[in-house]
Design a protein around this ligand. Sequence first.
Ligand code: MSK
Length: 675
Amino acid sequence: MAEEKEKSTEKAKKLADPVKASIDPATQQMIARAQALGVETVFDRAEAMKPCNIGIQGTCCKNCAMGPCRLPLSKGVEEGKDDRKGLCGATPNTVAARNFARMVAAGAAAHSDHGRSVAEVFISAARKETNDYKIKDETKLRAVAPALGVATTVEVDGKMVDRDIDEIALEYGEKAMEEWGKPEGTLEYLKRAPKPLYEKWVKNGVLPRNIDREIVEIMHRTHMGVDQDYKNIVKQCTRAALADGWGGSMLATDMQDILFGTPSPLQSEANIGIMKQDHVNVIVHGHEPVLSEMIVAAAQSQEMIDYAKSKGAKGIQLGGICCTANEILQRHGVPPAGNFLQQELVIVTGACDAMVVDIQCVFQNLANVAKCFHTKLITTHPIARMEQENVIHIEFNEHHAMEDAKRILRIAIDNFQNRSAEVMIPMQKATQIAGFGVESILYHLGGTFRGSYYTLNDNIINGRIRGGAGVVGCNNARSQHNNECITLIKELIKNDVIVLTTGCNAIACATHGLLTPETAAVYCGPGLAEVCETVGIPPVLHLGSCVDNSRILLALTEMVNAGGLGNDICDLPAAGSAPEWMSEKAISIGHYFVSSGVYTVFGGVLQTTGAPVFQNYLFKEMEKIYGGMWDMYTDPIQHAHAIIAHIDKKRKALGIDKARERVLMDMADRQKLEA
Ligand code: MSK
């Protein structure tokens, strides 16, 4: 009887429609396969459980045990009578601002704690306590060291000569580490921003003092009965978010580049189809490149290849999910097997011999999916373990990094012969060019001799390129997988807006073929297509992982420094966007972009709608302070046109709107001539 009841409940379970769930055929195929095998995925769970109607408005306060106090919008509020309060009297503005601030804190903490782990490995490498990591990019170290006040030259016999690289590395690593907790002063990297922006931060008193302090202070201020002025709470959000973008994330990116190499453009592939039936498939997932760098090196070693062959495999195929994927893609060309929403699906192929996870964006349900197949799920980070019994924990340590990596690979190889289900790997995979960065854009668009972004600016001034957009972030199971990202970006490039991308959005772009130079002729407006074809770049440039959003801040700064487009980031015809955002890190990223002067549009829903006054402060008032503001559009085409309208507004303010009219007229004239 009980069994029958269970069966009928099972039957009643709502399943996702694979075609409505994703625009990617490989994803659709794997969702259908999971359903056929009775394996539950996030797509089905999104059907079964809808978001909380009050939480989504940002007006549920659970910061003390008198609540949770629920303050949803009601008819009265719409009529102008807003007397909503929590038991303590907290207004919807206070509640929503506190919830927003805690998202900023969590996001800034995640990026910055990642950065701190990199700093620890960096210092070990500089002290030569490990043989597995070395300073790889001395040029980058010499370039960024002065930003932390570290001298790169020294006087010998009255002459300035280059200082010893090991000395620079150690001092740089130690100074970097101080940024997390120094008792006095403010973050050093803030001075890399354009001067007018830095001065705005000074004037408004928002220079972060140290990374940890700003995050802790958000937790204090949002405790019951502390900060009850939403504007003051937002000010603290700005400090913490800047400590992320111009602090923890930027330091992480720089130290990763110095340790593992600064990316430069390379060719690779993307999507689940990169997995190989006759190879040992190892999927790395999470955010930290520290372990995955070692796994890449170990997988290329003859010892491991021979071991895989001894077990009947033809070799080892590495692939990635989320930002660990982006890290090893941009430095080694290892292909991503998918983005955030595809993490369960690579296991559903039946060909994933091991999935190795570190931190952030890892579904706990991976353990349940792995149990349905032969996949070994291996956690590697002390702060990110799973309760399920089938999960193996191998704690990674930089002092025996290569040993750990080989141990993990042996587990995967030994598991190759245990495949239990029929292997079904979708055919779909796309070619991509990835590995762009501030330095390589300088080379491609700025020219080696000129050494600045002037050529890029020139193309914006003459109207071939209308402007730029940083389109970044996650997938969200509340919208069709990859659809918002791809629809939005196609609309932008069609309108001559060049796109810089990172994170899972970049993987979506790769999957749907937008990261090749050939894309330009197919999807771009005439001006952008001409530039891309001349220079040989894709119209969408992959700049790396979540922490690498700091590269976008620096690229914008380079554009300001190159001249001709105003004096500050907020003068540029540029915008930010996260069409399928889901994580708290996205809120921190959004807020540091806004506080750096960027108009930043989020797709889906921001959890601020229940407090219209607070939302209006983010969406309108912030522009008066920093030049950037938040916005939100559910429809990707409207989203794209809000960005385009903003870019056009900035072009007009710069007096370069006429140049674009001329370009369009030239084009029309040309078409008339051709006709
Ligand atoms: S992994 S934070 S889902 S981009 Fe950086 Fe992707 Fe968003 Fe995680």
